[in-house]
Design a protein around this ligand. Structure first.
Ligand code: CP
Length: 315
């Protein structure tokens, strides 16, 4: 693996999942592989899990790890080409990426979408510019369109807990007071489409994801119908792709609750976190024995470790 930008950088998903599970069994087994290597983690948006799990993964592999929050700590970045920089942006992404790359052997980057300009966001311009100018492998810590470290974690967690070879996995939209990116949902869909699971996306009218990411998923606009027989319920809010970045619904019927979970095949509950209790999911569901959210978050460490190990092994 050279970079880890999305599912297309993964040749063998089963092998990567197995690598992560091996890391989980013995996290410090490969301490020598990252000796004298530096991992730089750049955040243009807030993070708890991604920041700490990727830092821990680098430490497990013997790497030195540097973390920088660009928002508030770095210079304001200009990301467009050919502009006259006489406004409030002090540094161009061309220099910033190249400088970060000069200090690091691998760079992880988080950069959310604007949710204002669909065409610009879906070019994933910021992470692609880092890939172009940093000169070292790039790990996507959530970009404008996808969150592959989270999706790998999600596959690992399903593989650890599934009771049938081909479980029914339902990605359900849930309400939220703020407009959120489509990246987690896009990415989860892409990764589910790489598996042989039965994959369903449930969302209100107006919230269909881009077909590029939804792929072969069945799209259902009735949550009760979608939940029937499910083995996994994965909840996430996203803003509209069609009416880009808009909140079209706050319908509480889409919150994950005990009534709908009773329609499932005793399904496990999943969410990437952070989550708003009693808006996205009821206390009763997230606090139940069927909730996987903490296991999921813990697995972020080993997903990141498997990715870093493959990149380091590539030389
Ligand atoms: N799931 C996830 O990416 O969490 P953070 O935003 O806290 O990193």
């Amino acid at each position: 693996m050279k970079h880890f930008l999305n599912i297309h950088d993964v040749n063998d998903l089963n092998a990567l999942v197995q690598e992560a599970l091996n890391c989980k069994k013995n996290p410090k087994a490969d301490q020598q592989i990252g000796n004298n290597k530096t991992l730089g983690l750049i955040f243009m948006n807030p993070s708890l899990r991604t920041r700490l799990s990727t830092q821990k993964a680098g430490i497990n592999l013997g790497m030195d790890v540097m973390v920088m929050n660009f928002t508030g700590e770095g210079w304001a970045l200009e990301t467009n080409e050919g502009v006259i920089m006489n406004g409030d942006k002090a540094e161009h992404i061309k220099e910033a990426a190249a400088v970060v790359g000069s200090y690091c052997d691998i760079v992880g980057l988080r950069s959310f979408p604007t949710l204002k300009d669909k065409a610009q966001d879906y070019k994933d311009h910021v992470i692609n510019a880092f890939m172009k100018y940093a000169g070292v492998p790039i790990v996507n810590l959530e970009s404008a369109t996808v969150h592959p470290c989270q999706s790998l974690t999600d596959v690992i967690t399903i593989e650890e807990t599934k009771k049938t070879a081909k479980p029914k996995v339902v990605l359900t939209w849930a309400p939220h007071p703020r407009a959120l990116p489509q990246s987690v949902a896009n990415s989860f869909s892409e990764w589910m489409n790489r598996t042989d699971y039965e994959f369903v996306i449930a969302n209100p009218e107006g919230y269909d994801l881009s077909k590029e990411f939804a792929g072969k998923a069945s799209i259902i606009h009735d949550p009760d119908e979608a939940y029937k027989g499910a083995d996994f319920i994965y909840a996430k809010n996203w803003s509209s792709y069609e009416n880009y970045g808009q909140i079209l619904s706050q319908d509480e019927n889409w919150m994950v609750d005990e009534r709908k979970m009773n329609l499932t095949n005793n399904a496990k509950f999943m969410h990437c976190l952070p989550v708003r209790r009693n808006v996205v999911v009821s206390d009763g569901v997230i606090d139940s024995n069927n909730s996987l959210v903490i296991q999921q978050a813990a697995n972020r460490e080993f997903a990141a470790q498997a990715v870093l190990k493959q990149i380091l092994s590539n030389g």
